[in-house]
Design a protein around this ligand. Structure first.
Ligand SMILES: CC(C)(COP(=O)(O)OP(=O)(O)OC[C@H]1O[C@@H](n2cnc3c(N)ncnc32)[C@H](O)[C@@H]1OP(=O)(O)O)[C@@H](O)C(=O)NCCC(=O)NCCS
Length: 224
């Protein structure tokens, strides 16, 4: 994958290139992880060079980054999974981030991670990275983009309501979650809560299963 387009920051356009990442990007990708997942997020979940080497080796098409003026601004990583909406954890579906579970015969493009440097947030960068997956899912003729979203905004209200109530409130617009609401604005639809999805104190370890269906495939079955 390789294409460029303009994004805007403070009314000024800047060119952003979407491309597959490779070994020469690993140091910058790890820096982005450190910046985007600060404590209380567990540092042992940041990418290691071994994991990144697996992404590039096992499913190079699904290892995507955004570059601005020669520097990385964000990344999105995926694998192909055979998942029909059943409950799962991030660790089991992604082989703990090493994507040994990648199944070329699977039905969905599964999102392992998305992150954007602070400097480029709210410029449409995250949306652009997500859109690159919509291109990929159509190109690969898969059924959907699927993945578990963090819901870090839950931490602020966890003493007042259940995770399910918070989840429903995001969908009605009563609550604005930094990740789930972003993904909804980027085209993904929330399906259900996944308990014990990820070691993620801010989300009380919950994930929100979210999909984007390939509009060009006739559904053989309704899975979700
Ligand atoms: C989530 C993240 C990738 C969003 O990236 P971004 O480049 O700022 O997102 P965009 O600029 O493309 O935003 C798209 C839309 O979502 C909205 N949005 C972005 N961040 C938001 C937030 N914190 N709260 C609510 N809405 C948000 C934007 O306002 C924009 O809305 P619009 O379409 O109405 O203009 C980025 O904040 C990030 O890297 N977070 C930390 C890592 C993380 O938790 N990743 C998720 C792993 S599951």
């Amino acid at each position: 994958m390789l294409y460029s387009q303009y994004l805007y920051q403070d009314d000024k356009p800047f060119k952003t290139t979407i491309r597959n990442y490779n070994a020469s990007d690993f140091n910058q990708l790890i820096d982005i992880q450190k910046e985007c997942f600060p404590p209380p997020f567990p540092s042992d979940l940041w990418w290691t060079k071994d994991q990144l080497a697996n992404h590039v080796h096992i499913f190079p098409d699904g290892a995507i980054c955004a570059e601005v003026e020669g520097e990385l601004a964000g990344s999105i990583t995926t694998l192909i999974a055979d998942n029909h909406g059943e409950d799962h954890t991030w660790e089991e579906v992604t082989d703990n981030g090493s994507i040994g579970t990648h199944d070329p015969n699977g039905n969905v493009l599964y999102v392992v991670d998305i992150s954007v440097r602070h400097k480029y947030r709210k410029t449409g960068m995250g949306k652009l990275l997500m859109q690159s997956l919509y291109h990929l899912v159509v190109h690969l003729q898969l059924e959907a983009v699927l993945g578990g979203s963090r819901m870090p905004g839950y931490e602020k209200v966890k003493n007042q309501m259940s995770p399910q109530k918070y989840f429903e409130g995001i969908i009605t617009g009563e609550h604005n979650d930094p990740v789930v609401s972003f993904l909804m604005k980027a085209g993904r639809s929330p399906i259900k809560l996944l308990p014990n999805y990820l070691d993620d104190p801010e989300s009380d370890d919950f994930g929100v299963l979210m999909e984007w269906k390939n509009p060009f495939l006739e559904k053989r079955k309704h899975f979700f």
